[in-house]
Design a protein around this ligand. Structure first.
Ligand code: SAH
Length: 408
């Protein structure tokens, strides 16, 4: 009979006989588990040699002998010689140590599980019949995909300590959240959301998850920041897992730092799940690389809320790429400050509204005419403004992209 257990191999001696292809792959797994690994083999793959050189494991450069198993908690017999593997399995059995025999599962006392990790959950699949690794991996992959897609309710059933997870949802397209972000949503008892980002993801949370919208909508004022902080802390102190879903990346102009601080001060555990920031991704999806060899070697991301600060003016004047968030209202001030600071009036500018969504729109011009053009097209937030040569129309289709003008 085969039973599946979660073995804690952390710091425990695992002896691996052999250091070929199969052994190397398993060694990587044992390393990830934090095991104290000893490999015994006259020859080793490059991978095992490198790990030995880095001190990640001990490699005894010779054939295995029974006494090598004396301190083992677990043994893997994976040499390229079945009779050696069977011997190792027999020595392990004499010592009452579990052993996987890579050449004949029936001769070992343990079986390899196909496993995957999802936050604090580990999913494992074994078969009790003849080994068929591709088959158990296929089952593992199907379960893993289901979990990573956020289709499994991962909420904690047992009361425990509450916590806050600040999740960057990406710029809007629900496909641009991270796998960890998706998992966090599946763990949430409460989701605190606002207007920007991949709010479409909220349709997938179970009906009894409380969703609190603290964002601005046409007829309501946004909830003040200290009140948002209070909502996060209060729900977490009541033992809930609170996901704070934020547009883009939580720490790029999202006031995520203040929310994390409020949690830390209140003694609430807080995890940050980085997101794909609109500052880089919205230009990328509009065909604008924010850096490009020979065209721009620096990029400055700035808030345009209060116009252009000294750093933004200097960057515009130096020909760096400047990405402005929250800059629609102050665009005339930003352009005027750049020109007064010495920026070239012919510097290309692109304004991308509602990037990554079906309503995306791009307005292009230069520092000399973008204010007039954006007035004519009626540009509205949310929009990312890119100022710099990389915003030149058709850059990626032109010769400039292939042959840099100057060397770096
Ligand atoms: N934390 C977010 C930024 C929050 S500030 C991030 O990392 O993306 C809000 C500003 O982000 C908006 O005013 C706008 O400038 C920009 N923004 C966010 N999503 C956007 C989108 N889909 N299209 C264009 N701009 C966006």
């Amino acid at each position: 009979m085969t039973a599946l257990f979660g073995l804690d191999l952390g710091g425990r001696r695992v002896v691996v006989a052999g250091a070929g292809h199969v052994a190397s792959r398993r060694v990587r797994r044992f390393l990830a588990e934090g095991a104290d690994i000893m490999v015994v083999a006259p020859e080793a793959s490059d991978d095992v040699r490198r790990h030995a050189q880095h001190g990640d494991l001990e490699w005894r450069e010779r054939g295995i002998v029974p006494s090598d198993l004396d301190d083992a908690w677990f043994v893997l017999a994976a040499t390229d010689r079945p009779e050696v593997n069977d011997d190792v399995a027999a020595w392990a059995a004499e010592r009452r140590v579990f052993c996987i025999d890579a050449s004949d599962a029936a001769k070992g006392t343990a079986r390899q599980a196909a496993a995957s990790r999802h936050g604090d959950l580990v999913v494992g699949v074994v078969s009790t019949d003849k080994p068929d690794p591709a088959r158990i991996r296929a089952v593992r992959d199907a379960v893993a995909a289901h979990i990573d897609a956020g289709e499994v309710d991962l909420r904690r059933r047992r009361a425990g300590q509450g916590r806050v997870i600040l999740v960057g949802s990406g710029p809007g397209d629900p496909g641009l959240i991270t796998v960890r972000g998706r998992q966090a949503l599946a763990e949430a008892d409460v989701v605190v959301t606002d207007r920007l980002g991949a709010t479409e993801l909220l349709v997938t949370v179970p009906y009894d998850v409380e969703v609190i919208n603290v964002g601005k909508s046409p007829d309501t004022h946004p909830v003040p920041q200290d009140q948002i902080n209070r909502i996060l802390v209060e729900h977490a102190l009541a033992g809930r897992t609170v996901v704070r879903l934020k547009g883009g990346d939580p720490f790029v102009f999202g006031r995520g730092g203040e929310e994390a601080h409020a949690c830390i001060v209140a003694g609430v555990p807080v995890e940050v799940v980085p997101g794909v920031t609109s500052a880089l991704s919205v230009p990328a999806l509009a065909g604008i690389p924010v850096t490009q060899r020979g065209i721009s070697t620096s990029v400055l991301v700035t808030s345009g809320h209060a116009g252009a600060d000294a750093a933004a003016v200097a960057a515009m004047a130096a020909g760096a790429t400047v990405v402005v968030l929250m800059g629609v209202a102050a665009l005339p001030d930003i352009v005027a400050a750049g020109l007064a600071g010495g920026a070239d009036a012919a510097t290309p500018v692109a304004i991308i509204e509602r990037g990554t969504t079906a309503d995306e729109r791009i307005t292009r011009g230069t520092l000399s005419d973008i204010v007039r053009l954006s007035g004519e097209t009626g540009v509205k937030p949310p929009a990312v403004i890119v100022i710099g040569d990389v915003a030149r129309p058709e850059l990626l289709a032109s010769q400039a992209a292939a042959t840099p003008a100057r060397r770096e």
